[in-house]
Ligand binder design. Structure first.
Ligand code: SD4
Length: 303
């Protein structure tokens, strides 16, 4: 039974991912099975322009994916700048389970995915290609806060989403997490964000808890954000206090440089306490409780 199991993830669209992850746990799947299955939901969603298939491309028109998966017994697998494979999270899991490494990037990651038999396809949809061509007219790189939850009524009825970070725990307090993204729209070729980096986009520690991040990745990578959240929890902070502490740290460190920038953290401790905090209003997250009930909540913000 999944009694006591919990799943937590970033943004409104996390609710659909949570449902799939929770169902995995309920039918006896492992935590890794659960977070992988959950992360695959937005990866395969053609209306989601910042994870997996139909993600917005880099400025040269290539969709490149970043993902990490990790458990609480030292298992880690990650990929960055992966191309042509929809389910980056599954490739990350293969890195963890079938290579002597923790992180593959670029051409090597892409070749590994192909060699492992993952279906190869272009991830650029006509809609994403059009958005890129429109962007090229000005070619101004201006990341937009909370674009994740924005509904853009394009002819296809597309929904703009972003990175998903997912944390899951079992009744006995074991934990795992996953984070997957196509990164910032129109990023430089070769740019890697916080999401696939252990300690930045995701961190999980046995006996303590886990954290994940979303928003402008550079601001999280600078301070190894998720590792800091977990370190603060290890020192006795609640998940909420820990998320607030790290957001305040970023704000203090960066001053005017983070004006208009969104960064959000989500944390879960091994007892099932939840925390969330962000720089700007607008960051939402989905919590699925022990009974399988999902609620989408607004995180409190510093500004
Ligand atoms: C990145 N953190 O690549 C990701 C993007 C993101 O909500 O989370 N957007 O920087």
């Amino acid at each position: 039974s999944a009694t006591g199991a919990m799943v937590l993830s970033t943004w409104d669209f996390g609710a659909a991912a949570n449902a799939v992850a929770f169902a995995q746990l309920a039918k006896g799947g492992s935590l890794i099975d659960a977070v992988e299955a959950g992360a695959m939901v937005p990866e395969a969603d053609p209306t989601n322009h910042s994870v997996g298939y139909s993600g917005y491309p880099d400025r040269d028109g290539h969709v490149t994916l970043d993902a990490v998966i990790m458990d609480d017994v030292g298992g880690v697998g990650a990929v960055a700048a992966l191309e042509n494979t929809m389910h980056a999270i599954s490739v990350a899991r293969r890195v963890m389970e079938r290579t002597p490494h923790t992180f593959l990037v670029g051409e090597g990651a892409t070749r590994f995915a192909r060699d492992q038999g993952f279906p190869q396809q272009s991830l650029l949809t006509p809609e994403s290609e059009k958005a890129w061509r429109d962007w090229l007219k000005t070619a101004k790189y201006q990341p937009e806060a909370n674009s994740e939850n924005r509904i853009t009524r394009t002819p296809g009825g597309a929904l703009d989403h972003d990175t998903i970070g997912l944390l899951a725990r079992t009744a006995d307090g074991r934990m795992a997490g996953a984070c997957t993204t196509s990164g910032m729209a129109f990023k430089m070729r070769g740019r890697v964000g916080d999401s696939p980096q252990v300690g930045s986009g995701l961190y999980v520690e046995a006996g303590v808890g886990g954290a994940t991040s979303t928003g402008l990745g550079e601001e999280v990578t600078r301070v190894a954000g998720s590792a800091r959240v977990v370190a603060s929890m290890r020192g006795g902070s609640t998940p909420q206090q820990a998320c607030e502490e790290v957001v305040r740290h970023i704000a203090k460190l960066r001053g005017d440089a983070i004006r208009g920038v969104q960064v959000g953290f989500l944390a879960l401790d091994t007892k099932g306490n939840v925390g969330a905090f962000c720089l700007l209003p607008g960051f939402t997250y989905a919590v699925t409780d022990a009974r399988g009930k999902t609620t989408v909540l607004k995180a409190r913000s510093l500004f």
